[in-house]
Design a protein around this ligand. Structure first.
Ligand SMILES: Nc1ncnc2c1ncn2[C@@H]1O[C@H](COP(=O)(O)OP(=O)(O)OP(=O)(O)O)[C@@H](O)[C@H]1O
Length: 206
């Protein structure tokens, strides 16, 4: 497949952690317009794989080729199982910090708009520590509503702590993103209903 149709090409990946083989011979691609869901039981290595792909650990060996980035910025947006929200920053500061990792600087109006998209209007000045788990998750997810962010999203358990309405809205948002030519690589124990991701099973090493 021509590389410009791919957000990611990963070949012959293998992973050993603490002398345990988690997976091997893993080859897959993520096309633009596609959502891929990494599947496997607890401890199979889903988080390890995602973190390895985005350069947050060195446990994963093999060839990983992301689509070209713009202006040297990261070619992907990563949001982890832990939200990365600081207890000591306000909601607006947290959002500015998270999108800043992708080289994006927000106007006040853009902050308001993104927070409104995730139901956090009026919480701009609240500290991260003053928010519930679901609200903290929503701060991290607000990045997905900001224009100019990378179009390839790597999301580790993005539905965790969200209420029913939040889950449905996020599913719709991810489906919309892919329909508009974005790409999503995620892991989740939640069974999506409005999203039909292509499964990628971590089988474990032979
Ligand atoms: N902090 C850690 N220190 C040492 N080993 C770890 C640590 N976190 C995970 N591991 C090891 O790596 C393996 C893969 O963990 P990982 O978190 O990638 O699994 P997972 O598939 O994402 O699991 P889950 O479905 O429970 O989130 C685990 O089986 C465990 O042995």
């Amino acid at each position: 497949m021509p590389l410009n149709t791919l957000a990611l090409q990963a070949s012959d990946l293998s992973c050993e952690r603490d002398d345990r083989h988690l997976f091997s011979d893993l080859t897959f691609s993520l096309s633009w317009g596609e959502c891929v869901r990494v599947l496997g039981p607890n401890g199979a290595g889903k988080t390890t794989l995602l973190r390895g792909l985005v350069g947050l650990n060195h446990y994963v060996d093999g060839a990983m080729r992301w689509s070209a980035s713009v202006d040297g910025r990261p070619p992907f947006l990563y949001s982890g199982h832990k939200t990365g929200v600081s207890a000591h920053l306000t909601v607006a500061e947290n959002l500015r910090y998270l999108v800043g990792l992708s080289g994006v600087v927000l106007t006040d109006a853009q902050v308001d708009e993104a927070l409104a998209s995730v139901g956090l209007t009026g919480f701009d000045d609240s500290l991260g520590s003053e928010l519930s788990a679901g609200q903290q998750r929503r701060i991290a997810l607000a990045q997905l509503y900001v224009e100019g962010m990378p179009r390839c999203w790597v999301l580790d358990e993005p539905f965790v702590a969200l209420d029913k309405k939040g889950v449905a809205e996020l599913e719709r948002h991810l489906a919309r993103h892919c329909a508009l030519g974005g790409a999503v690589l995620l892991t989740t124990h939640h069974e999506p209903t409005a999203l039909a991701p292509r499964p990628l099973m971590l089988q474990g090493a032979a």
